[in-house]
Ligand binder design. Structure first.
Ligand code: CMP
Length: 145
């Protein structure tokens, strides 16, 4: 798989609530370590039921989260820049709970691997805590749906 190196001036770093408490240096280091992936409209980013060893932060654009059951498609959420997805499989070890596709012409997501997250969680525990909180809320929402 082709990984595009993250480039550009650090001034143009997107605002991402998940990382709002990270010191600037740690935030920049994170960007340097993680590939930025780009998707066109309708392009599949994650497939429900597959194994997951990374989660994704939306730097640009928006995505649709949906489930497919018995050939029926159920939309769960639309997420835009600053939001993240893919944390559920990463935290639980379960297969991807839903599929995710790009809505925008040029959706850009930062791919954060399990090992980078492990390091980040050790140095900055609130990040792991926030991820878990979202994971719990989404799990619950899907059960109630
Ligand atoms: P994961 O199961 O790894 O892969 C699919 C992702 O879709 C999942 O992690 C969540 O990040 C996201 N997701 C699942 N359900 C919802 C929901 N109800 N609202 C927002 N995002 C969701």
């Amino acid at each position: 798989e082709e990984a595009e190196p993250t480039t550009g001036t650090w001034d143009a770093l997107p605002s991402i609530p998940l990382f709002s408490d990270l010191p600037r240096d740690a935030f920049i280091q994170l960007f340097e370590r993680c590939p930025l992936r780009r998707f066109g409209p309708g392009e599949r980013i994650l497939a429900q039921g597959t194994h997951g060893d990374a989660f994704y932060v939306i730097c640009e654009g928006s995505v649709r989260v949906f489930r497919e059951e018995d050939g029926r498609r159920q939309d769960l959420a639309t997420l835009a820049d600053g939001a993240f997805f893919g944390e559920m499989a990463l935290l639980s070890g379960a297969p991807r709970a839903a599929s995710v596709e790009s809505l925008s012409d040029d959706t850009q997501v930062l791919e954060i691997s399990a090992s980078v997250l492990a390091t980040l969680s050790r140095s900055h525990p609130p990040v792991a805590k926030a991820l878990k909180k979202f994971c719990r809320e989404r799990l619950l929402a899907n059960v109630m749906n």
